[in-house]
Write a protein that binds this ligand. Structure first.
Ligand code: 26Q
Length: 851
């Protein structure tokens, strides 16, 4: 059975057919009554639609069309098939009067749509056939799509996984965010250094969105607030000095294998045409034009730093802009369906999830809309707010906790600052009753940090305005309760929950790794695609020789694909038989890519000293972007590339060691990397990675993890078992202890000659054309402060890596462990995570959509 599978799918040879399900079907044949061109799901209807769109939308005959035209024609063909479901979904949701989840996020890192939408609609095979009959290759068209990079990393990608799962679980949901004109920069590597290239992802048009130009809201900025009285009631008027319009752009989010198609609504800023007309007419042309530029700048570009918060005014404007648009949109929907004056049912209609503090200003904005614009009493308005919002925290790094200088917030959002002070006064009155003499605690809980330049603490605002606060992995939630949010936990323990992250198995297994997906379906049926825990059925078979053989063949084939791609894009050639050791993620010191490098340098030194050292040949793959202003992260990228050059050219070692930095790591490039990985590097300093999600994606694709007890690694280890995980390093508690005791890396370096030798090699100039100073900032930091405990974990890491090597040299053992990893990874599906959010936080249920 197994070997039949191998041969049927050409797993041992090259070029696989890609679809995970259904056997090859006959060429397109016209059904009896031809299906509608815009909605039919047969290969025949899809082919007709494709040719129609090619002609009528792209203005091309097949013969003269380029790849881009073909991609667009197919994209429109798929969009048409989404539209009827989308409209039907809106109707069904409206009729059901169900509660709608509104996921507020400054980032949605969706990745390319075409492959995903074909898969979720269940028409991939038909599309493949339709194109094949025209001698076109579906995968080549899928390859054409540019990545819409509207996010930095984990947090943005999590939002995208959650949107897919919400639709798949048939939950009425809207994603609200920003339509950045420029997403995350494209990373190029020149002379080993990262260069940032601006990425105009909309240049060739975006077939996946519909501009709703009629759906626009005015958003105010700056100016003054006037207080007066009207019929004995206080009246507040905000006279802004700038009004910007927010225009809605809608993207359909189809669920997998259901008719539900949910909505992602992103806001773009436009100048309000009439606002400065008077100025323009009075001759202030420049003033009017500069305001237009100012207005349209708001959604121009995504901030590319993922773990630090430079208090930039434009960032605050972005945050407020999208929250204010979204809340006005929700009030409009509410008023269409309910009374226009009674807002007491608002929280029953909507559940808002705040994706970190980036949208936390929404708490104040909803309060303002209710109190100032709809005349709701403070107490009831605040009750509505508190029942509406819930807040997810994604970080423990103190430098990543958002604050806004009071001066800045007051200038951009004067009314909001007043409201924040009022919320704070009422909140602190409560706190004082509970802790009458505890001034320090009151100071820590306050929404305003009064030390130094006053600043508004957005995490405190999010906590006060939410009914539920959650962390993203068990350890992270515990550390939140013990450290950053300790005072809030002591005050309101009942508000805290854990929701361990999950990832979308459709994108990160079915699309990323079609061979493995096909094997799983062949062996287990399709249940696992909707319920990942069904992979457990593989557990008892992990020792089967035949299964292991196919398992290895599938991995080797994926490694071959990646090697081909890398040869074309970087010129480096790799051996698919070597161990693919992968660290792909944003480059940050706390994730410790330099610990990985120290291991590579250690192996290099060993091979140089003892050329006959036995080891499984290894390919070290790195990928990830550094924030443009983060000098140390950029130096680490330079170092990875420099080490790669020296090692890959050195005939004494390059039969056993290869190093590659994959440029421009993004969702699209990630998929084939996940499929090809043998070893997943999850080596952050314990206590610093909130969860990690790449760890889940890699393990889901059969990579074994070498990792610390950090974030979700701990739960992955619990699931797959300690025997199937390479654990090393200090625990979060030990790190905290060592930090408190005063940690001195120099002592450790003295006791670890191989570590000293690796550092000395960096300082030798070998990787810097003889310049011993180039990497000095890095080695100095490691020798003197080592804030991320790289030296402290070095020995344990090297030892764990030796186990990796020994295990890999036993293919049966490695394969068994790999199969067990996949069999036991079900927990980390975003479907499981979303089910928990629905049950414990949002209290929402499914609405089935029938066509
Ligand atoms: C904030 C203010 C100003 C400019 C930028 C930012 C900003 C932008 C993005 C701050 C943080 C981010 C992104 C954070 C992030 O991706 N965190 C990751 O979230 C994942 C999903 O929960 C976790 O798995 C990771 O552990 C966590 O690092």
């Amino acid at each position: 059975m197994i070997s039949e599978f191998l041969h049927r799918h050409h797993l041992l040879g090259e070029s696989p057919a890609k679809a995970p399900e259904s056997p090859p079907a006959p060429p397109p044949a016209a059904p009896k009554t031809p299906e509608h061109t815009r909605t039919g799901r047969s290969a025949e209807a899809i082919q007709r639609a494709f040719l129609d769109n090619l002609f009528y939308l792209q203005g091309r005959y097949l013969e003269e069309a380029g790849d881009h035209d073909r991609y667009m024609a197919l994209a429109y063909t798929v969009r048409d098939r989404l539209l009827e479901r989308w409209i039907r979904t809106t109707q069904c949701y409206k009729q059901s009067r169900a509660r709608t989840v509104c996921y507020f996020s400054a980032e949605f890192l969706l990745g390319p749509h075409l492959g995903n939408n074909l898969l979720n609609l269940g028409i991939e095979e038909q599309a493949r056939q339709a194109l094949a009959a025209l001698e076109l290759d579906l995968d080549e068209l899928i390859e054409q799509e540019p990545e819409p990079g509207l996010g930095n990393g984990g947090l943005g990608r999590l939002a995208a996984c959650y949107l897919d799962s919400l639709a798949t679980l048939q939950i009425p949901a809207i994603g609200y965010g920003i339509r950045y004109e420029f997403g995350i920069f494209r990373q190029a590597i020149h002379d080993g250094w990262q260069e940032e290239i601006k990425e105009h992802w909309l240049r060739h048009g975006n077939p996946w969105e519909l501009a709703r130009t009629q759906l626009r809201f005015p958003i105010k900025f700056g100016g003054q607030v006037h207080h007066s009285e009207e019929n004995g009631r206080p009246r507040t008027e905000w006279a802004p000095d700038l009004i910007v319009h927010g225009v809605a752009y809608d993207t359909p989010i189809p669920g997998y294998g259901v008719n539900n198609v949910n909505l992602l609504r992103l806001w773009q800023s436009r100048a309000a045409e009439s606002f400065r007309l008077d100025a323009f007419n009075q001759g202030d042309h420049l003033g009017a034009v500069s305001e237009k530029v100012m207005a349209e700048n708001i959604t121009k570009v995504l901030y590319p730093n993922d773990q630090s918060t430079a208090g930039k005014e434009l960032r605050l404007r972005q945050q407020y802009f999208f929250c204010a648009c979204s809340l006005q949109d929700m009030l409009r929907i509410y008023q269409e369906q309910h009374s226009a004056h009674d807002f007491s049912g608002f929280a029953d209609k909507f559940a808002v999830q705040l994706n970190d503090t980036h949208p936390a200003i929404a708490v104040v904005e909803l309060l303002r809309l209710l109190v100032d614009e709809h005349g709701v009493e403070w107490e009831s308005a605040w009750g509505i707010v508190r029942r509406t919002f819930a807040y997810t925290n994604h970080t423990l790094l103190p430098e990543a906790l958002e604050t806004w200088p009071v001066e800045l917030l007051g200038r951009v959002l004067p009314r909001h600052l007043e409201l924040i002070y009022e919320i704070n006064m009422r909140f602190l009155d409560q706190v004082r009753m509970r802790y009458p003499y505890d001034q320090e605690r009151i100071g820590r809980l306050s929404l305003i940090d009064e030390r130094g330049g006053k600043a508004v603490r957005m995490a405190n605002l999010a906590c006060v305005g939410s009914h539920t606060i959650n962390g993203v992995a068990t350890l992270h939630t515990r550390l939140l309760q013990e450290t950053v949010l300790r005072d809030f936990y002591e005050l309101w323990p009942e508000r805290f929950q854990n929701k361990t992250n999950g990832v979308n198995p459709r994108r990160f297994l079915m699309l990323s790794n079609p061979r493995l997906a096909r094997l799983l379906t062949d062996q287990l049926g399709t249940e696992w695609t909707r319920d990942l825990s069904a992979l457990r059925a593989l557990e008892g078979r992990a020792g089967e020789h035949g299964l292991q053989e196919v398992w290895r063949a599938i991995k080797t084939a994926a490694k071959g694909d990646l090697a081909d791609w890398l040869r074309r894009h970087t010129g480096v050639s790799l051996d698919p038989e070597s161990l693919f050791d992968v660290q792909v993620k944003r480059i940050h010191e706390y994730k410790r890519p330099h610990l990985n490098l120290l291991h590579i340098l250690t192996l290099y030194n060993r091979l140089k000293h003892r050329p006959d050292t036995e080891m499984a040949p290894r390919t070290f793959l790195f990928g990830g972007k550094a924030a443009p202003g983060y000098a140390m992260a950029k130096l680490i990228i330079k170092l990875i590339n420099a080490v790669a050059w020296v090692i890959n050219q050195d005939p004494q070692v390059n039969d056993r060691l290869r190093v590659v930095f994959v440029p421009d790591f993004n969702v699209k490039h990630a998929q084939p990397i996940y499929a090809a990985a043998d070893l997943s590097e999850q080596i952050s300093t314990a206590g610093l990675e909130a969860s990690g999600t790449g760890n889940m994606k890699l393990s889901m694709n059969g990579a074994l993890t070498i990792g610390t007890l950090d974030g979700a690694n701990i739960e992955i280890l619990e699931e797959v078992g300690a025997d199937n995980f390479f654990l090393f390093g200090l625990t979060a508690e030990q790190v905290a202890q060592r930090r408190a005791q005063g940690y001195a890396p120099s002592e450790i370096i003295r006791e670890q000659p191989e570590l000293e030798e690796a550092l000395a090699l960096l300082e030798s100039g070998l990787f810097s054309h003889g310049d011993p100073e180039l990497f000095r900032p890095l080695t100095r930091q490691l020798r003197e402060h080592d804030p991320y405990f790289v030296c402290a974990d070095y020995a344990a890491y090297i030892e764990a890596q030796a186990k990796v090597d020994a295990t890999y040299r036993n293919p049966a053992q490695w394969s068994e462990m790999s199969i067990l990893n996949v069999a036991r990874i079900g927990k980390f599906s975003s479907d499981r995570a979303i089910r928990e959010y629905c049950r414990d936080i949002w209290r929402v249920g499914p609405v089935n959509v029938k066509l």
